[in-house]
Design a binder for this molecule. Structure first.
Ligand SMILES: NC(=O)c1ccc[n+]([C@@H]2O[C@H](COP(=O)([O-])OP(=O)(O)OC[C@H]3O[C@@H](n4cnc5c(N)ncnc54)[C@H](O)[C@@H]3O)[C@@H](O)[C@H]2O)c1
Length: 429
């Protein structure tokens, strides 16, 4: 149960968001006189720091705020960004409402834990900010639908952080698929492997100094603090995270969907378990998920969170077509003929910068987004459906129109989530 102080606090948040509910007249805001883009970043783990530095290093872009509910992380982020900031320092915040309150801020970058992605995006849109939100864009399917609606309603640019869509060699590979280089493409197989350790069995513990655990929980119903959740391990609890499928699977599922040219699946089956360690982790460490689509196409994803391939391979995907196959590895790709012989090899670099710059250009001058939120939602939805199939232990039949689950009320119960008091009203468009 949320207590009355929490309730007042979050009603305060509602007031902040509500105060900014005017729908901006134009999708792009009038820039300040220098045409400088002002950015605020929330969630200053490894990812947030990386994104803040990239933003700060772009011409005529200023990271005005770095925000983390963990004061130590916010302070560390100031020092990190200052290293690339040409004598300037962003301001450290622990409460992202101050970013929303500042009318000079054009864009909000969100690199928090997943349960905050959609709520912060929607509040950002309500406050007139354009949003770059990390993958997976939502904690659950319904939030993804709300994000798309919010981006449309408030006419904001919203991009998901699935940066592989921007990598030049991968774009080239997808063009080759589309141009029929391996004939009709009907199957994509992707996998992710890692050698993560156990998260152990957590104990109730005092909230560490400098951490606003109440604001960290934000839209999620309250749970007492335990010593094996923060940071990062929240990924492995359904209350806040989406397991390996939503963590790393979403990157390759997005490319599979793009390469095959499919949107919503008609059937989803997930099998697996938490086999490697006896600990608190709820999400599977060993998982195979299959998605079928209208038009005779299928995606298969395999995740092993606690094992490596013998040769250390971690993350790859292969498309199969009538005349051969195309493998994507890192930032490059190889085309094989129908006997498995390599006929074309194109190495390529990865990196995050092109994707972030695309977002900044979209805000500044209307460039088309590479991964507009509706596409981000479709790819993230594959993860949510895979997780719902895993949690219910059965195959889901879905509508090819919007991915909604057909004829299974219990499975549809997992389409959304319960919220802390007042939150659903605040973020539902
Ligand atoms: N695109 C990519 O390649 C990529 C790579 C790594 C991580 N990510 C994504 O980025 C996100 C962050 O990943 P990470 O590894 O840095 O995680 P992390 O757990 O180390 O960091 C998340 C940070 O967000 C902070 N936070 C949570 N709620 C907040 C709030 N309301 N306001 C301000 N700060 C808040 C936490 O205190 C923490 O410091 C995840 O969603 C992850 O999936 C994407």
């Amino acid at each position: 149960m949320i207590n009355s102080i929490d309730r007042r606090r979050f009603l305060g948040l509602a007031a902040t968001a509500g105060a900014a509910l005017t729908v901006p007249a134009s999708p792009l805001r009038a820039m300040n006189s220098n045409n400088k883009l002002i950015v605020g970043v929330m969630g200053m783990g490894g990812r947030g720091i990386r994104l803040a530095k990239i933003c700060e290093q772009q011409p005529n872009v200023e990271v005005a705020y770095v925000c983390d509910v963990d004061r130590q992380r916010a302070d560390k982020a100031v020092a990190e960004v200052a290293k690339v900031a040409d004598g300037r320092s962003p301001k450290a915040l622990t409460d992202f409402r101050r970013i929303l309150d500042d009318p000079s801020v054009d864009a909000l970058v969100i690199a928090t834990s997943n349960h905050w992605h959609a709520p912060a995006t929607i509040l950002g849109c309500q406050a007139g900010k354009h949003v770059y939100v990390e993958k997976p864009c939502s904690h659950n399917a319904r939030e993804g639908e709300w994000m798309v609606q919010a981006a449309r309603k408030y006419r904001r640019r919203v991009q998901m952080g699935n940066q592989r869509r921007s990598w030049p060699a991968i774009k080239e590979a997808v063009d080759r698929l589309r141009n029929g280089e391996i004939g009709r493409v009907y199957h994509a197989q992707a996998w992710y492997l890692n050698d993560r350790g156990s998260i152990g069995h957590g104990k109730p513990a005092p909230v560490p100094d400098g951490l606003d655990y109440d604001l960290w929980q934000g839209p999620a119903p309250r749970r007492p603090f335990r010593d094996n959740i923060l940071h990062y391990n929240w990924h492995w609890f359904w209350h806040w995270g989406n397991g390996e499928l939503g963590n790393n699977g979403v990157h390759s599922l997005d490319l599979c969907r793009w390469g095959l040219g499919v949107d919503y699946p008609t059937q989803v089956t997930s099998v697996g378990g938490r086999y490697r360690y006896d600990d608190d982790q709820e999400t599977p460490d060993t998982n195979v998920v299959a998605f079928t689509f209208d038009g005779g196409k299928m995606i298969r994803w395999e995740g092993l969170s606690c094992n490596r391939m013998p040769e250390g391979q971690s993350n790859d995907l292969v498309f199969h077509g009538e005349n051969g196959s195309l493998a994507i590895h890192g930032g490059g790709y190889t085309v094989y003929d129908d006997k498995g012989k390599a006929v074309r090899n194109s190495p390529g670099d990865g990196g995050d910068e092109i994707h972030v710059v695309n977002f900044l250009n979209a805000v500044r001058n209307g460039e088309a987004l590479t991964s507009e939120i509706e596409e981000g939602h479709k790819s993230t939805l594959l993860c949510h459906l895979g997780n719902i199939s895993y949690r219910t232990g059965r195959t889901l039949n879905c509508s090819p129109k919007d991915g909604r689950i057909l004829g299974d009320r219990k499975a549809m119960d997992l389409w959304g989530r319960d919220y802390a008091d007042g939150w659903e009203e605040r973020i539902r468009p």
